[in-house]
Ligand binder design. Structure first.
Ligand code: ATP
Ligand code: MG
Length: 148
């Protein structure tokens, strides 16, 4: 499924809908270059767990940020990690599992280690547009209607 977001606010709204699909202990793997809107989308996903969007930030040296939501919610940023070994050592895989929810930026770094979950690719388009491609969501239960 491919959506076009016209603003940061719309990306957060799309993230919130994605978050509702994460409740059953799934992980969102987010791909896309610098500034493509990964953190902006995760703000919305966090809201789906009762965590205020403003609490989600992108501190340079934070790899794993844990939040107390309706279930433990992990915002993970792999930007500074270079290989699977360092990702493992950082404890990323412990954040994935039943009863937890995680959203991972720079999923490119996981290389071939991704199975299942929701995969989201973010790409620039003109001005404030972003193309958001979502895989792994049952489209029958996807109730987001784009305005306009
Ligand atoms: N439609 C849009 N969706 C999301 N962000 C947008 C959009 N249009 C403009 N922006 C701007 O693009 C920037 C996206 O930043 P954000 O931190 O979410 O990206 P990121 O992919 O997490 O970057 P990084 O790779 O550095 O972690 C913000 O400044 C935001 O305001
Ligand atoms: Mg980010």
């Amino acid at each position: 499924m491919t959506l076009v977001s016209d603003s940061p606010e719309e990306t957060t709204e799309i993230g919130k809908h994605i978050g509702r699909h994460l409740i059953k202990g799934q992980t969102a793997f987010i791909f896309g270059e610098l500034g493509s809107g990964k953190t902006t989308l995760i703000k919305g996903a966090a809201e789906a767990f009762g965590i205020p969007a403003r609490d989600i930030t992108s501190a340079t040296y934070t790899i794993i940020a844990e939040y107390e939501g309706t279930v433990p919610f992990y915002h993970i940023d792999l930007y500074r990690l270079d290989d699977i070994r360092s990702i493992e050592e950082a404890g990323v895989f412990e954040c994935i599992g039943p009863g937890k929810a995680a959203a991972i930026e720079w999923a490119e770094k996981l290389d071939g280690c991704i199975n299942g979950g929701i995969r989201i690719h973010m790409a620039y388009s003109e001005h404030e547009k972003r193309i958001i491609t979502i895989e792994g969501i049952d489209e029958k239960n996807w109730d987001y209607n784009q305005a306009g």
